[in-house]
Write a protein that binds this ligand. Sequence first.
Ligand code: ADP
Ligand code: MG
Length: 344
Amino acid sequence: MTQISVTRLCKDYAAGEGPALRNLSLDVNSGEMVALLGPSGSGKTTALKILGGLIAPDSGQVQFDGKPVLHLAPDRRGAVMVFQNPLLFPYMTVAENIGFGLRMRGVARNTIRDRVEDMLAAVRLPGFGPRRPSELSGGQAQRVALARALILHPALLLLDEPLSSLDTHLRADMQDLICALQKETRITTIFVTHDQAEAVAMADRVALLLDGSLRQFDEPTAFFRTPVDIDVARFFGATTFLPGHVRANIFDCALGPLSLSHVWGNRPATATIRPEAIRLGPGTANTFTGTIRTCQFLGTQTAVTVDVADTPLRLSLPPDQAAGLAPGQPLTLHLPPDALWIFP
Ligand code: ADP
Ligand code: MG
């Protein structure tokens, strides 16, 4: 249960690619689970390594419960990091791996044995203590790595893409397990992922990093309803962006005047609507008829592109609603006013 304050962290590896982190500021509440989300190369691992003490920033400050920690060696901070590759010691058993940190701290043998048994049960690997890491599946090895971190009751748990090498169904199980253990232990946790679905499913709040800059730090739903800019909306799957001019609760664009659910001032702007928010059939406002350009069955959803005049609108429909739709057909749809979001 530790509150984490990150203030204006900068890091430039001076490798000619520009800074890896630009003024990263982030406050994580005690007991909170925060996802640090971003595409590859956005600075996520760099931020985590600075928090864990593996590298130093060029400038900025990090405080745990109000105390500066950047001058402290990794083992004096109480932050523990778990990597994508579990990095277990190959010549030790699973139990020895999990108990390693406690042994380094001089904890008594019997205590270690009991706590290791408890941790094996917690990560659903009872009886696995005598095995070697080579006798584990990828998911099991990752659970051992998690147990090895949690047994230390860290002030801060740092998880760097711990699930990205696991296949889909195993990932869902591990997500549930990590969430359950985090809720139970209330260990302040920052986990890195490039997968927005994973971030919103697991985190209390999501911090979106793009190109080393924190773009939005918010509850998961906010990235869908109130994204701060077009890049954020795009990262979260918005595909329709309409240039135009907003005046009060009307947005003028190539489609004509669109009704909005509230008043936005008077200025040039871009409007967006999420693909799953566009509705079939006429509505009370913003109804259009266009021509279907493409229909793509994606399993749980069908992606449909409709040209309204020269403006393509992208829809994501439940497959039963999309059944029978085909390119070339006319389609009537409406844009619900409360689903339209305006960027200045
Ligand atoms: P992420 O974890 O989001 O993929 P990283 O923090 O690993 O991103 O990297 C951010 C940027 O810093 C990238 O451009 C990467 O190439 C660069 N970088 C990371 N580590 C080093 C390093 N040790 N030396 C030079 N450049 C690095
Ligand atoms: Mg990384």
